[in-house]
Design a protein around this ligand. Structure first.
Ligand code: CA
Length: 218
């Protein structure tokens, strides 16, 4: 579950990130609006936590740009205590929920869970590929009618690959999807996941493109 946190307050950003890690979220953290808009437009996140008062483009502008581009990523807005007008503007601009600072971490977690639950009810269709069926909503994977249980990272990897058969995914892109930007990753971690997926399904499922990355054929 990859979340983008956009918060320019160092202490609050650290605090949120530390609190969310044990929940199994991969949290990438940016501290200005322009970088956030770029990241949200070019990479995939399950959710964004967006402060409104940000350098280089405020949160409201980020949100407006995202929604104007029909980007559906769920957004939880963080606002200052007395800024009622901010809150309303945030919701009007397409925020899915908001939290007023200072907030309790337990409440933040509860809001995130609720948002993610709602967003997974948006029907993302099941992916079918040569006997494999992957349902993003229920997170169930079947092969030739039998359920295959996959660890989280393998599920994410298979999902990335099956979304666009025929397209080569670079190692960088896959590593970001699986681990975020600054999680320490063993250099061969990706190979190990690929190896496991080939074993659980069939060897030709994932093709290695030397020096570039991986793909599943069309
Ligand atoms: Ca701020």
């Amino acid at each position: 579950m990859r979340i983008l946190l956009v918060e320019d307050d160092q202490a609050l950003g650290e605090g949120i990130r530390t609190a969310l890690k044990p929940e199994g979220y991969t949290v990438d953290w940016l501290q200005d609006g322009a970088s956030a808009l770029h990241a949200l437009s070019h990479e995939s996140f399950e959710l964004a936590i967006l402060d409104l008062g940000l350098p280089r483009m405020d949160g409201l502008q980020v949100l407006k740009h995202l929604r104007a581009a029909a980007n559906p990523v769920p957004v939880l807005v963080l606002t200052a205590r007395d800024a009622t007008s901010d809150r309303i503007a945030g919701l009007d601009a397409g925020a899915d929920d908001y939290l007023i600072k200072p907030f309790d971490v337990a409440e933040l977690k509860a809001r995130l869970r609720a948002l993610l639950r709602r967003s997974f009810q948006r029907p993302e269709p099941a992916l079918e590929y040569r006997g494999i069926r992957l349902d993003p909503a229920s997170q169930v994977v079947e092969y030739q009618g039998n359920t295959v249980s996959l660890p989280r990272k393998e599920f994410l990897l298979l999902h990335e690959l099956l979304i666009q058969p025929g397209r080569v995914l670079t190692r960088d892109k896959l590593q970001q999807a699986l681990y975020g930007w600054d999680e320490e990753v063993e250099s061969n971690a990706l190979e190990v996941h690929v190896h496991h997926l080939r074993k659980k399904f069939f060897p030709e499922l994932i093709r290695t493109v030397r020096g570039v990355g991986y793909l599943v054929d069309k």
